[in-house]
Design a protein around this ligand. Structure first.
Ligand code: SF4
Length: 701
């Protein structure tokens, strides 16, 4: 039996570890870490090691499916494409281009995402294009663009090794970005000081020099309080502020309204700890600040990011090795999906869709007239569907039924549409609701590029053939365009042709080619005439907007507070062993063995007060819905705060979560809502909220 190895990139989180796919007899039956990879350096986390299960041919969707009377029947590609094209055209004819849209995938390649936004803008003539960054880091994209001029990680992952202070806010790195979590633990071992800001006692919080266990939702109060302490003690970096920033006086005056006692009350953290943290961070030679969705998934998400940026700018902890403002992106290519313009407001490389010159540039380049009207976000499309104004949607590789807030509303939106097309590997909860399901090729079955959270664009290579009739997203969208009579717009033969087209239309990628990427372990954007070797650090001498902007922001309470009916705070988390909606990681029996499905974590004191025992079955309810599960006692939480991972369709936390939105980005407040719990009657087991995802249970062969 012949065995080969094809080098690629892990398809799970945004760290972007290098892995060799071991191919035997047309199947991937093992992976090997790549010792020379600049980030992973010969390591993979549990998810990475289990990659072969996530794309195995067992249970994959292999042919186009059409739903007829509640069950799916296999149909041919031509029938599926004709049906989709005709129904999209019908929606556009009857209700205009704003009635249709595309949700692209942060799991898919840059080339797939470029094709998705081009399909929306040039073929459907709409800016209704979005993806799951909406519900993870859209506030980073917008907030950091305002303050620094670029919404991406400013530094590189290996800067962790150069920092003498590491500040982690709202990120559980050992669970969600395990290889970065490992780098942070190593930095701590060599003597770096570690500060963790988190309402939960995460694994990093347990080894931190300072754990600021703030009240959930009090991020801005805490950050403004730290800034006030820094100004009061004259710990700010005056030279950096004078040369590189504007708005210092206004910010200083603003944060004076956050004295120690007020901040201690809002955050629940004693004043002395706040002073210690302010001193450590501001006085460090190099302080690396990283944050996650514990900052962004709030109605104040954009302002939370701005507050983080204010702190780094005031202390001059940016633009140098070992420093920076570093959003830890969730999915393997969520950075790339944003970069490629799979967002309603920007074209590739963040060129504004509202700018007439940009629209003219792309109209000219694509030889068509592009969409003119502002686009809808994914949640905007969902809301308009319930109003009857949004009628046709193509979803590539996302599962909003499991991941978006307020599941009952999401299901109502999907049911209200005339046409729902889902392009997927497996029969997800969202795919089950589709009119047409199309078989997608996995990352190991196509060529392309992924961009990790440090802006590193890395090649992936086709190692095996896609199962059955599965195709890459860009091929599927090109074929729909052809059926709509616009095939000339997307007439690519290879993913490299797509990359080259994208590079010609952008500045940050204009110096990149597949052959250059192949010679290195990826290149960090911007890579162009000014930065021919790419960019390890952003903002070293100037910001794209000239000076860094200090923007005063205020603490706002979360949308929901506990009350007599819903007396507990509730937050969502992620687990080391699973990823996103679990559609890939839950194919692995090894990962499934590690974690029972969807448990509710509760502080022992709360359990005692309610007379609950470990593993007791309970009902959890919020103003939007309820679910049944079992409790686990955990000292990671404080009394009054409950938590639940969101990977599990059997206990979907989005039955509970709140869709109240950040007004700037429409980011829903997924991180916090108010709930109640009551025990289920004795001997009653929790009723799982979902049923089989086995393909044979859904398809008439
Ligand atoms: Fe994959 Fe992320 Fe784990 Fe690396 S840290 S192996 S990229 S899941």
């Amino acid at each position: 039996m012949s065995q080969t190895q094809v080098n690629s990139i892990c398809p799970f989180c945004g760290v972007g570890c290098g892995m060799g796919l071991v191919v035997n007899d047309g199947c991937i039956n093992a992976v090997k870490p790549l010792s020379k990879h600049p980030i992973s350096q010969g390591k993979l986390c549990a998810k990475g090691w289990n990659t072969p299960f996530g794309i195995s041919k067992h249970n994959r969707i292999t042919q186009p499916l059409m739903k007829k009377e509640g069950v799916f029947e296999v149909i041919g590609w031509q029938e599926a494409l004709t049906y989709i094209a005709q129904n999209l055209q019908k929606c556009i004819r009857e209700s205009g281009s704003q009635s249709v849209g595309v949700i692209s995938s942060a799991r898919a390649t840059n080339e797939d995402n470029y094709a998705a936004q081009k399909f929306a803008r040039a073929v459907l003539k709409t800016n209704n294009i979005d993806h799951c960054a909406r519900i993870c880091h859209s506030p980073s994209v917008v907030g950091l663009k305002q303050t620094l001029g670029s919404g991406a990680m400013t530094n590189s992952i290996d800067d962790v090794a150069k920092a003498d202070v590491i500040l982690i806010i709202g990120a559980d790195s050992t669970e969600n970005h395990a290889i970065i979590g490992g780098h942070i633990m190593q930095a701590k071992l060599r003597g770096a000081k570690l500060i963790v800001v988190d309402p939960r006692q995460t694994r990093l919080a347990q080894i931190a020099d300072l754990h600021l266990q703030l009240n959930i939702g009090s991020n801005i109060a805490l950050l403004n309080g730290l800034l006030n302490i820094i100004f009061q003690h004259n710990w700010q970096n005056d030279d950096f502020l004078a040369r590189r920033c504007e708005g210092t006086d206004a910010l200083k005056k603003h944060v004076a309204d956050y004295p120690l006692d007020k901040v201690a009350e809002l955050t629940g953290i004693e004043g002395q700890k706040l002073v210690e943290a302010a001193k450590l961070y501001s006085q460090a030679n190099a302080a690396f600040l990283a944050y996650g969705i514990g900052i962004t998934q709030f109605i104040s998400g954009t302002n939370n990011v701005i507050a983080v940026s204010n702190l780094a700018l005031v202390c001059g902890q940016i633009g140098r090795e070992g420093t920076g403002v570093n959003p830890l992106r969730g999915q393997n290519n969520v950075q790339g999906a944003c970069d490629m313009g799979s967002l309603p407001n920007v074209y590739p490389d963040y060129q504004s869709a509202a700018d007439k010159k940009v629209r003219e540039k792309f109209s000219h380049a694509w030889n068509t007239t592009v969409a003119q009207a502002p686009g809808l976000t994914s949640l905007g499309m969902s809301n308009q569907a319930r109003n009857g104004k949004f009628r046709g949607l193509i979803i590539c590789g996302e599962d909003p039924i499991v991941t978006d807030p307020d599941r009952n509303k999401v299901e109502a939106s999907m049911r209200a549409m005339d046409l729902l097309v889902v392009v997927e590997l497996f029969m997800t909860e969202t795919a089950k609701m589709a009119d047409i399901v199309l078989p997608a090729a996995s990352f190991a079955e196509k060529d392309g590029t992924f961009t990790n959270c440090e802006r590193r664009v890395q090649l992936i290579h086709k190692a095996i053939e896609p199962p059955g009739e599965a195709k890459a997203d860009w091929q599927i969208l090109s074929e729909i365009a052809k059926k709509m009579g616009l095939g000339g717009l997307m007439n690519w033969q290879t993913s490299e042709q797509i990359f080259d087209e994208m590079a010609q239309l952008t500045s940050s990628f204009s110096g990149m080619t597949y052959s250059l990427l192949a010679k290195k372990n990826g290149i960090q954007w911007p890579c162009n005439a000014e930065h021919p070797k790419g960019s390890r650090w952003l903002h070293t001498t100037t910001f794209p907007i000239g000076k860094g902007k200090l923007i005063p922001v205020d603490h706002v309470p979360t949308n929901e507070q506990p009350d007599a009916y819903y007396p507990f705070w509730f937050t969502t988390t992620r687990l080391h062993y699973h990823y996103g909606c679990g559609s890939m990681t839950r194919q692995s029996p090894l990962l499934e063995r590690e974690t029972p499905n969807g448990l509710l974590y509760i502080h022992p004191q709360d359990a005692l007060d309610l007379g609950l025992k470990n593993h007791q079955a309970v009902t959890v309810s919020s103003r939007r819905g309820y679910l049944e599960t079992r409790i686990v006692l955990s000292n990671e939480l404080v009394p009054g705060l409950l938590s639940m991972p969101y990977h599990f369709k059997e206990a979907p936390s989005n039955m509970l979560t709140n869709d109240a939105m950040d007004p700037t980005t429409e980011m829903p407040e997924l991180k916090v809502c108010a709930v109640n719990i009551v025990p289920l009657p004795k001997n009653q087991s929790p009723c799982p909220s979902s049923i089989s995802t086995d393909i044979e249970d859904w398809v008439i062969q």
